[in-house]
Design a protein around this ligand. Structure first.
Ligand SMILES: Cc1ncc(COP(=O)(O)O)c(C=O)c1O
Length: 396
């Protein structure tokens, strides 16, 4: 080993064992190196007893998975490179050609698009159900149904469904189909994030989350997770995950690990600011309804009161139908602190206008424009002032 290039790669120095610190280490590698052929053949990653390849887990990603499982009250977790890829992973792990998936009509849009674009091309059908009507879900379940997605509350319109009732409908369907593959229930739990309610206590099998939102909290990383309490479902997810070659970068995992200790504080602070702004917004001229599950009169408010301990940083305002969309757009353009953007749960407040009628199959009762607001970590008084000056433009 006389050549410097070889000596630098095979350097004999080993840092001493025993470096103990609060932040978890950031481990990076395409592959691990094995001490022997025997180890190469036998080391196991699926139960986290060892390491085999960067994609199959590192101390950093195993640590993050364990913490996310704990936050959600689950047992087993797998990470994906974005929230959307976590949605797709659940679909691909549990659905086969000829199967059907049922989605709530107010589901996260790109998840619908995955079903319509990719799943359909693979011979997997999808149908929408009214998430506020468990009888509608019961009617739509067919012998081909294998997966039922849930979301609480729904994206953009924030209706809070009766999760235990929806889960019970699926349970009844499963009771009647001995011998065939049971229907799996999967919740998009990005809004609740494991803080607002325990998805598993409400009966769901699988909880998916965009770690992009609260767990990261920094608006600077994209990641997703899928948590279960069920070993067999977890193994199905893990194998699909491995075959797809999904992995997350160590620096991204580190960013999420850094976000977790402050997650509950951020969640509750943003919850308090959001409720205050949502309530205030409901009394402003030009606003016909504010959608936020903690507000009396918001769809599913009673389910929220019964099942949730907290609420996320989102509310939507529905404007008077006499206000043309151009004025709603001008209102959004006039906002200074609320920036235009899709995401949420980061430090910066965001908003975006939506055309709800174009997004769903069930009737939508409002004719006016809708804007979804995501409240960040700025002072609530400053955000209220920003909304007030933009409302002056809306109502000019
Ligand atoms: C409810 C919900 N689920 C999933 C996602 C997808 O997360 P990502 O942006 O990490 O793909 C989002 C993103 O906005 C979301 O709002």
């Amino acid at each position: 080993m006389s050549d410097l290039s070889t000596r630098l790669i095979h350097h004999p120095y080993r840092a001493p064992e025993g470096f103990e610190a609060v932040p978890p280490g950031v481990f990076k590698a395409s592959t691990v190196v094995f001490p022997s052929v025997q180890a190469l053949r036998t080391q196991e990653w699926k139960d986290k007893s060892g390491y085999t390849y960067g994609l199959h887990g590192t101390p950093t990603t195993f640590t993050l998975e364990e913490r996310i499982a704990t936050i959600e009250g689950g047992r087993l977790c797998v990470l994906a490179p974005s929230g959307l890829s976590a949605v797709a992973l659940v679909d691909m792990a549990f659905l086969r050609q000829g199967d059907e998936v049922l989605l709530p009509d107010n589901a996260y849009g790109p998840g619908k698009s995955f079903a319509a674009g990719e799943l359909a091309a693979w011979g997997i059908t999808h149908r929408y159900y009214d998430p506020m009507n468990p009888a509608d879900l019961a009617e739509r379940i067919s012998p081909a149904t294998r997966l039922v997605w849930l979301e609480a509350p729904g994206s953009i319109t924030l209706e809070f469904p009766d999760l235990p009732a929806l889960v019970a409908v699926v349970g009844q369907a499963n009771d009647g189909r001995a011998g065939s593959r049971p229907i799996v229930t999967a919740l998009d739990n990005t809004w609740g994030a494991g803080i607002a309610f325990n998805a598993f206590e409400l009966g769901v099998d699988v909880s998916m989350q965009a770690l992009t939102k609260y767990p990261s909290g920094g608006a600077d990383v994209l990641m997703g997770s899928v948590v279960t309490r069920d070993e067999a479902l977890h193994q199905q997810l893990l194998l699909c995950h491995m075959r797809l070659g999904l992995g997350v970068g160590a620096n991204d995992a580190e960013l999420v690990l850094r976000g977790l200790p402050s997650m509950a504080l951020r969640y509750h602070a943003q919850d308090a600011a959001t409720r205050a702004l949502a309530q205030w917004m409901g009394h402003q001229p030009g606003v016909v309804q504010v959608l936020h599950p903690a507000l009396d009169g918001s769809p599913g408010h009673d389910h929220f009161v019964r099942d949730a301990r907290a609420a996320a940083c989102l509310f939507s305002a529905v404007f008077d139908p006499s206000i043309p969309q151009e004025r709603v757009d001008a209102f959004c353009d006039a906002l200074q602190l609320f920036r235009l953007g899709w995401s949420w749960a980061g430090p910066i407040s965001l908003c975006a206008p939506y055309d709800v009628r174009a997004m769903r199959t069930t009737p939508w009762p409002h004719a006016g424009g809708l804007v979804r607001f995501a409240v960040g970590l700025e002072a609530a008084d400053d955000l209220r002032a920003d909304l007030a000056q933009a409302l002056a433009v809306l109502n000019a």
